[in-house]
Structure formats: structure tokens, C-alpha cells
Design a protein around this ligand. Structure first.
Ligand SMILES: [Ca+2]
Ligand SMILES: [Ca+2]
Length: 270
């Protein structure tokens, strides 16, 4: 039986003027790796976001060649990959804290969901329509649209102070192609671990510094009063100031300037 691949545009068009991703999805459980790189939540491995390649190893280890497939962060994200990532995230929310109706409405475009419980059966079959195009690229606007219901919940839980992108308005950058690294960045939350670290107070989402919400700095671990971390500084040296990164929804700690990525596509990283 061939591996299930999400392909489809119908779901995409249905999502806000859209954009979205996918990584190969197979049903069934994958063993928990013994350890993982910083920033990679365990559920990625448990839910096959990062597919296991060595099924004979009883104690899989991400750092051991052959146990897990490295991801190419600069590869263009496909709709099938985004759908796979979002479905895995949905199942993780369902297992940990429950899901909200927006999340259910989102995944119900791609797979059959129990209308009462919101549960996706392990044997759920992908909904394929004339618009399905799992191998089509995803743009940043689509990626944000798919990540949004998950962030709604993370914000409600107090896990994150706000959306990681500057605002929800459409920007010219929304039409640039999203890459795998950007999807991994958005879906790198670890619900249980993050909930344990929620401060009782929390910051205000209404304070701005140089045109950037203060919570944006907090989210990315930047202290804006430190040299090199201000709104007009380029903390990661990718040619975009932090203000530009906030406006474009890119990562101020990572050289993810879309203009640079075009010149390094094909570079394998994880
Ligand atoms: Ca920068
Ligand atoms: Ca950057």
C-alpha cells in the first residue's frame, strides 16, 4: 500500500484567500526517540512529522544517522506537508488540552472528523477533491492561515503572548513561498511543556517599542534594550531589520530573509 500523501487545493481555497503545508503522513504510532534537538517538540517524532526511517532500532535517536530523516528547512513547503503538520498538531492538542472549533473546521476540510467528538480516526481517509494539490507550494499567507487557529488556542491558554507574526493583515510577503523551516518554526510549540512554563503575570500585548509589540521581542527571546536587539537592528544579519522581520512575519533569530533563501535553496539543514 502506498504512503498516504495529501494533495489538494480545495482545502486551500477554502481557507481565507490562502496558503497552507504538509509533510508525509502515515497513520500509526512511532516510538518516542530517546532525545531530540533543542526546539524539536517530542510530538513531532511521536506523530511522524519527522518520519522514522529505521524501524528496526528499538531506541531511535534523532542524532543517529538513519533513525530519522533530516528535514531540509529551505525546501519549499508543500500543501501536503502543511496538512500533515497541522493534522499532527491537531491530534496533539486533542490528546493534551482539547481542540477549538476553528481547528476542527480546518482539519475537517482535509480528513473526516467525528462531528460530535472532533476526533480524527487513525484510519481516516483523506478528503480528495478536484482542488486537492498536495504537491503545490504553500505561500506565507496560507501558512499563517493554517497556523492561526492553533495560535488562537495557545494564546487562550497563555502559552504565547500573541501571534508570532506582526499582524493579521495581508502583506506583500504573504505571497512569497513558505519554506519547511518556517512551518517548523510556527509548529514548534510543545503544549504540555509550554503550559508548565506559563508565568502567572504575563506581558501586555498592547505595549509597543519602535513599532513592534513588546510581546514579539519576548516571544523571540530578544531583549530590545540590549545592543543589536532593537527595532532597527538586524539581530541575525540576514539583511532585514527586526521591524521588517516583525512586519513580514519572519524569524529575527534566523537568516530567513526570503531574498536570501532564493540563493541557497537546496542547502540541506535541519
Ligand atoms: Ca534580521
Ligand atoms: Ca530573519
Amino acid at each position: 500500500m502506498r504512503a498516504r500523501n495529501f494533495a489538494g487545493i480545495g482545502w486551500l481555497a477554502a481557507i481565507i484567500g490562502g496558503a497552507s503545508i504538509g509533510i508525509p503522513w502515515t497513520s500509526g504510532q512511532s516510538p518516542i526517540p530517546t532525545h531530540k534537538p533543542a526546539g524539536y517538540p517530542a510530538w513531532w517524532f511521536q506523530r511522524n512529522v519527522i518520519p522514522r526511517t529505521n524501524s528496526n532500532n528499538a531506541n531511535p535517536d534523532y542524532n543517529r544517522v538513519g533513525d530519522y530523516r533530516p528535514a531540509n528547512d529551505f525546501a519549499v513547503l508543500t500543501q501536503g506537508q502543511l496538512k500533515n503538520m497541522a493534522i499532527a498538531a491537531y491530534n496533539e492538542f486533542m490528546a493534551d488540552v482539547g481542540v477549538n472549533s476553528d481547528m476542527t473546521a480546518l482539519v475537517a476540510k482535509w480528513v473526516n472528523v467525528d462531528p460530535v467528538t472532533g476526533v480524527i480516526s487513525p484510519n481516516a481517509v483523506e478528503i480528495v477533491t478536484a482542488d486537492t494539490a498536495d504537491f503545490a507550494p504553500v505561500n506565507l499567507g496560507q501558512l499563517k492561515a493554517v497556523a492561526q487557529p492553533f495560535y488562537e488556542e495557545l494564546i487562550a491558554l497563555g502559552v504565547v503572548p500573541g501571534y508570532p507574526w506582526f499582524n493579521s493583515e495581508n502583506t506583500p510577503a504573504d505571497y512569497t513561498a513558505a519554506n519547511v523551516g518556517q512551518a517548523k518554526q510556527l509548529f514548534s510549540f510543545d503544549i504540555i511543556q509550554d503550559l508548565a512554563g506559563v508565568p502567572s503575570g504575563g506581558g501586555s500585548s498592547t505595549d509597543f517599542l519602535g513599532g513592534i509589540p513588546y510581546t514579539w521581542f519576548v516571544y523571540y527571546g530578544l531583549n530590545p534594550v540590549k545592543p543589536g536587539n532593537g527595532p532597527n537592528d538586524d539581530s541575525d544579519g540576514d539583511g532585514l531589520t527586526n521591524l521588517q522581520e516583525a512586519q513580514m512575519g519572519t524569524d529575527p533569530n534566523k537568516k530567513d530573509n526570503p531574498a536570501l533563501q532564493l540563493t541557497i535553496s537546496g542547502y540541506a539543514a535541519h
